[in-house]
Write a protein that binds this ligand. Structure first.
Ligand code: ASP
Ligand code: MG
Length: 416
């Protein structure tokens, strides 16, 4: 007998028919003798619909009322799922986040879980019940309803699994696992059997939206076995494992686990800025003050020692405002500098813990791009990631060529 926490996302509970299908799936696990806690999201589109209505009424709704509003989406699905389970003979009880004792801080719309009371939950489970919990929500010390940020039901699932010491947290979604890259761009992308927490965090922050980043962090911190799998098809999905469980030196482990990419960034360069202490902070400070997030940063080594070039990237949506800040505040403050910008760029990144113990990944990466005549505009690296900025028009070609060159193409691995 195992204890599973199973989280079903918005698409998986997107209609009455689908809610019935989820109930059948849960019943299957219970029939096999397992205990099941189910966490559900709101029906797909529902959270957006609620936010849309709020904005029609007030363009600055208070965060407390927003949480009061959006938490209702999940309350609909828990009750419907419990009813669907009853209908097929499975005893089940639904609970909101506050009923189940998911204590959070008071940071409305982005609250963090502090504590979960598990006694009652455990008693229900021991009593043979399936427990259905509303994802994405909790309650603060004063009893206000809070929510955990968009996509937060993943975090509810992992947190419950940690608190209950579940055997596995299963995230059911509309894809059948984590892929080597986006299959819509590269048809040879394939599902990974396993990926490490660190790799998953890199891929998630690079824009792969399979799991909420906080849920992955949580799983890493509390060692929760976490699996992503499809609610519509069978299959083992992808198991997200602790970094220490991966054998980096094993010859069978691929060097690279995945390729992430985005065309949602823009690049800005300040040419001929003075090469003296404090300049980077004078450039980036006003941008941070405007709440604009900076991604890659490159500062050239100044040959003569007195002037340098400073380049960084921001989200495309922040491009115009960043330009304006540089032009109106930073350049006058520095007393010079020439501004260049480009929003037709793409960032392509290779991710893999195998990089740590193998030399030559970067040079191979650059060779593949050179062979395709793709110019590299920026490079940044971390221990398990190499990212380059290239022209947007080359993004797809770069992803496909790298995918093949690093042995990630479907047929390659199948043939081995
Ligand atoms: N319903 C919430 C959202 O759309 C939470 C979730 O789906 O995880 O963000
Ligand atoms: Mg989601």
């Amino acid at each position: 007998m195992a204890l599973y926490v199973q989280k079903f996302g918005g698409t998986s509970v997107g209609s009455v028919e689908r809610i019935k299908a989820v109930a059948e799936k849960v019943k299957g696990f219970r029939d096999n003798g397992h205990q099941v806690v189910v966490v559900v999201s709101a029906m797909s589109g529902e959270t957006n619909r609620l936010i849309g209505m709020a904005n029609e009424i007030n363009d600055e709704p208070t965060p407390r009322e927003m949480d009061m509003l959006v938490s209702t989406g999940e309350q609909v699905t828990i009750s419907l799922l419990a009813m669907a389970l009853h209908k097929i003979g499975v005893p089940a009880t639904s609970y909101t986040g506050s009923q189940v004792g998911i204590q959070t801080d008071s940071a409305h719309t982005k609250a963090r879980i502090q504590r979960i009371e598990t006694d009652e939950l455990q008693a229900d489970l021991d009593d043979g019940q399936v427990v259905v919990v509303a994802g994405f929500q909790g309650v603060d010390e004063e009893g206000n309803i809070t929510t955990l940020g968009r996509g937060g039901s993943d975090t509810t699932g992992v947190a419950l699994a940690a608190a209950l010491k579940a055997d596995e947290c299963q995230i059911y979604t509309d894809v059948d696992g984590v892929y080597t890259t986006d299959p819509r761009v590269c048809s040879k992308a394939q599902r990974l059997d396993t990926i490490t927490v660190e790799e998953m965090l890199e891929l998630a922050s690079l824009g792969s939206k399979v799991l909420q980043i906080r849920a992955v962090e949580f799983a890493g911190k509390y060692n929760v076995p976490l699996r992503v799998l499809s609610s519509f098809e069978g299959g083992p999905g992808t198991l997200i494992i602790a970094d220490s469980d991966k054998d980096e030196d094993s010859m069978e482990e691929p060097l690279i686990s995945g390729i992430a990419f985005t065309d949602n960034e823009a690049k800005l360069t300040l040419l001929n800025t003075p090469d003296v202490p404090g300049v980077a902070s004078r450039i980036l400070g006003p941008i941070a003050d405007a709440n604009i997030e900076i991604d890659m940063i490159v500062q050239n080594v100044a040959p003569a020692g007195d002037y340098t070039d400073f380049t960084f990237t921001v989200a495309k949506g922040d491009y115009k405002q960043t330009m304006k800040i540089l032009r109106d505040q930073v350049i006058p403050d520095l007393g010079g500098g020439e501004l260049r910008g480009d929003d037709n760029i793409a960032k392509v990144s290779l991710v893999g813990v195998g990089m740590r113990s193998h030399a030559g990944v970067a040079s191979k990466f650059f060779r593949v791009l050179a062979d395709e005549n793709i110019n590299i505009r920026m490079v940044s690296t971390s221990e398990i990631k190499i990212s380059v900025v290239i022209d947007e028009k080359h993004m797809e070609l770069a992803v496909k060529s790298l995918h093949k060159a690093f042995g990630l193409d479907k047929s390659d691995i199948e043939a081995e």
